[in-house]
Design a protein around this ligand. Sequence first.
Ligand code: DON
Length: 575
Amino acid sequence: MKFSPHWPALSLSLLLVGGAAFAADGSTKNVPASAAHGQIQLRPGHAAIASANFHATNAGLEVLAKGGNAFDAAIAVASTLSVVEPESSGMGGGFMAVLHRAKDGHDFFIDAREAAPAAVDSKDYLNADGTPNRDASLKGPLSSGIPGEPAGLVLLSKRYGRLPLSASLAPAIRIARDGFQPDARLREAIADERKNLQRWPASAAKYLTDGKPPADGATWRDPDQAHTWELIATHGDDGFYRGETADKLIAAVHAAGGRWTLADLAAYKAKERTPIIVNYHGFRIITAPPPSSGGVAIAEILNILSGFDLTKLDEPHRVHFIIEAMRRAFRDHNDYLGDPDFVKMPLDMLLSPFYADGLRQSILPDKATPSSMLPAAEAAEPGMHTTHFSIIDADGNMVAITSTVNYVLGSTFVASGTGVLLNDEMDDFALVPNEPNVYGLLGSVANAPKGGKRMLSSMSPSIVIGADRTAVIGSPGGSTIITQVLEGILAFVDGESAQQIAAHKRFHHQYMPDEVDVEEGTFDPATSDALTKMGYNLKPRESWGFMNVVTWNRKTNKLDAASDPRRPSGLGKVQ
Ligand code: DON
């Protein structure tokens, strides 16, 4: 989807919380007096949420006001996004979460990534001539992995929440029942995918009226989804992975040619994993481990860059070294990474500063290194489907969650009677070795599909903790997630505010195709010229992420939350 100049300001969820803005309790009374003296704060005393939709941010604040913590609020935000922003994420998809518990400093990761069904068959994704069948990997139930979002939210509630799951899910259930007005972005997504939605009766019934998307201002309800969330609120995992919902999901998937079984659903588990932690110029970055490639790539890039003082370099050289670090990290991404439960990965090597030293040595001082080892791949502009939200609560608990159904409106397949729009995450596997996926990403046997295996992701939710400043950060954007989050981290390290980070101009290199995608206005003409002379192929790209950032200055005790100004207040212009 392209940026449209017509998006109403309403769908921007830009929430400034802290100081004189909207504290969760509507005041600044909890800001400790000591903040004025510049002491380092251990708890903010107020809270901040930034998400891609104002209903979702409000749902999170509502749950905080009821006494919930950041983890309860995250459940409210994610489940509400499933209702109001189904083009990006939902109960039929999965998420990755980087979390920090304040009371004991516990950093942890929840892997609620989708998994391949046991009967996955690579041949399903090939045309007769052996070329990739993109329709099978992107549309309909063959494209769908077993969803992880319900299990991930249940786990988060059980192990870390303060409120019952039913309280955290209440806003989403209420909005799905009472209805809401779909924003322009959702209406546009439905219009773009109209033909695909019409292929599946339950999808057409859910999203189209007389073959058309909902009109501007129309109230839209999703009683089936409300019912499924209610079953989860009452029965936990069993509300989705067993019993009524599971039976309906399997019946619908089978009728449309998919390969899921009841056993696949019953076997699904969200997993808690150890996050990747990397130190960079005095900041501790907590980020996503495999089956995301994001954290490994970010750590590798930061390890390479830690050998430079980027602030002392002129702009072309600063960018040159960042691009070369991106190129090397993405090459490793293609070769080594996959689901850690299935693949042995040389993570010690990839994350080692000595390995980074070697890679740094291989960077030529004034010249691009051509990515000539793999055939070039043409990436589609992904549009911003997938969603990220960031939360810091009054106690200093932190949540960075990136959640997805993959491409716009996922598989476009709704399982009749459940309200569940299934993901099309199977395309994130390397379905055909060395053939790029929809984001132009190449993969090897490490990311080949297999029953029960989780497909590699680029999702990179991250928490950055410095001596006196903290940021919670993430973005959608397919393969560009990694580089956008990296650039956000670098901007935060440089002292930028949440608003500046979200607005920061972006560029991206992913090894193959060997080009630098550049947002308009990122480089001044002299820098573009110098980079071109170094051998870089600069290519304009329109579509950039939907970054949602929360920062906490622990000296002034100021929280800030910013949502990407590219939408909708950007009015189709890159700022
Ligand atoms: O997990 C991943 O890396 C992808 N499924 C994310 C897709 C995405 O960000 C699409 N939108 N821009």
